[in-house]
Design a protein around this ligand. Structure first.
Ligand SMILES: NC(=O)c1ccc[n+]([C@@H]2O[C@H](COP(=O)([O-])OP(=O)(O)OC[C@H]3O[C@@H](n4cnc5c(N)ncnc54)[C@H](OP(=O)(O)O)[C@@H]3O)[C@@H](O)[C@H]2O)c1
Length: 309
């Protein structure tokens, strides 16, 4: 049996993750075997997935690397192709098996650490903005704009021609978001002075979702992507009432892994934007796999990336 290094869930460790030697993954006919160079860490994985996963699980949603063995069914790229991948788990390892529908091709010479941060955050931002019909003439409010999803959404929304309003709790984050393409920056939680918007990409939850809903035009849509604050969402009855200016508003839930096809095309496009310098990511630290369990207990401003090269 051939073994590889992987970060596996270990509930006996103080932080529930440990570097271990485990068997190499087997591949189904529609899966390629990827040599992982870099894998990103999402806050949702640490907060929700690790505590619930059984010991021995190889965690990690997103990783960038090189195709070692193409899929047996002939789908996907050939051996040696640089790729970015997303799947339920298995990213935090030297090798990962992933369906070819869940990988995008990267331009040669791509920065693997930066690319590894794309799938969940940029993929969600892209799909959410599509659902909100971000386009010229549309006013789109993005809450939690200083976070990973928010920063990508600001850039992609502006590139789509929408009037992007970035909502932040730390005013000092505003300058960078203006540089990334926001037309306006507003401070949360109170949004009462903001002119009505056509759509909201909401990542924070709590009272910010309620405030943002209150800024929607008639027929406007709030897409509830995340709940970074962890706070409950409470509407007073009158906050849900519509009048001549605000009837027909909706709140829609969102899930990146909902099975909508086209993840491969979206990731390929996002990788191209990144490599061309039209999309910027925020990697705060790159750590070795051995250092990752300790490093992940520290707060991070931006994404932590695990180096498996
Ligand atoms: N539904 C899906 O498929 C999907 C996909 C991707 C992400 N998500 C979820 O979306 C959320 C954002 O993800 P992310 O990767 O962008 O996270 P992130 O990088 O940690 O960013 C979190 C953002 O929320 C802000 N924030 C946190 N607590 C806040 C509070 N109490 N009040 C105001 N703002 C607050 C942060 O502001 P500061 O910069 O000031 O800290 C930051 O802008 C998470 O809940 C994540 O689980 C869901």
């Amino acid at each position: 049996m051939t073994v590889m290094r992987a970060l596996v869930v270990n509930h006996e460790s103080p932080f529930p993750l440990a570097l271990a030697e485990v068997p190499e993954p087997t591949t189904a006919p529609h899966e390629a075997l990827i040599r992982v160079e870099a894998a990103a860490v999402n806050p949702g994985e640490l907060a929700d997935r690790l505590p619930a996963a059984p010991s021995g699980t190889i965690a990690g949603w997103e990783a960038a690397g090189v195709v070692l063995r193409p899929a047996a069914d002939g789908s996907g790229p050939e051996a040696g192709t640089p790729v970015v991948t997303v799947w339920e788990g298995g990213a935090w390892a030297e090798l990962r098996a992933v369906p070819t529908a869940a990988l995008g091709v990267l331009p040669s010479g791509a920065d693997f650490a930066a690319a590894s941060t794309l799938p969940v955050a940029a993929g969600s931002a892209l799909r959410a903005l599509r659902a909100l019909s971000a386009a010229p003439g549309r006013r789109i409010l993005i809450t939690g704009a200083s976070g990973a999803v928010g920063r990508f959404a600001v850039q992609l929304g502006a590139a789509a021609g929408a009037h992007v309003i970035a909502a932040v709790r730390r005013p000092e984050a505003g300058t960078e978001l203006l540089n990334l393409g926001a037309a306006e920056v507003v401070a949360t939680p109170a949004l009462t002075d903001l002119a009505p918007v056509d759509g909201v990409l909401e990542t924070v939850g709590g009272e910010i979702l309620v405030e943002a809903f209150g800024r929607l035009k008639a027929g406007g849509q709030l897409l509830s992507v995340g709940r970074a604050s962890g706070r409950d969402i409470t509407f007073r009855p009158e906050q849900l009432m519509g009048d001549h200016g605000s009837h027909g508003r909706s709140i829609t839930t969102f899930f990146f892994g909902d099975g909508t096809p086209g993840v491969d095309a979206d990731l390929t496009w996002l990788g191209g934007q990144l490599a061309a310098g039209r999309l910027h990511t925020h990697v705060s630290r790159v750590v070795s796999a051995a250092d990752a369990p300790a490093a992940l207990t520290e707060p991070a401003d931006g994404r932590v990336v695990i180096d498996f090269s």
